[in-house]
Design a protein around this ligand. Structure first.
Ligand SMILES: [Zn+2]
Length: 88
């Protein structure tokens, strides 16, 4: 594959990813709406302990796309505590 072809291929792939990202955001919004309407709990998996639990088990953080920390409250607490211990 020439560099020019590679450039085109990567650019197309990027466009496709951007479209997917947009669809994901839309689906997440729809999911949030249904969660509120049905009164069911939104589930999320902690990337540290890998346990799936209710979204309430995660601290809120606007920095992340779904508005929640990727770590559960327990893991966040443990990480904070370990952080302090390392400093002390
Ligand atoms: Zn966790």
């Amino acid at each position: 594959m020439s560099e020019r072809e590679e450039f085109k291929a990567i650019q197309l792939e990027l466009f496709a990813l951007q479209r997917t990202q947009k669809q994901l955001t839309l689906r997440l919004t729809q999911l949030r709406l249904l969660v509120r309407r049905l009164g069911v709990a939104l589930r999320k998996m902690c990337i540290r302990c890998e346990i799936e639990m209710d979204a309430e088990q995660f601290y809120r953080c606007a920095r992340y796309s779904d508005g929640l920390y990727p770590y559960c409250r327990d893991c966040k607490r443990t990480m904070n505590r370990d952080g302090h211990r390392r400093v002390a």
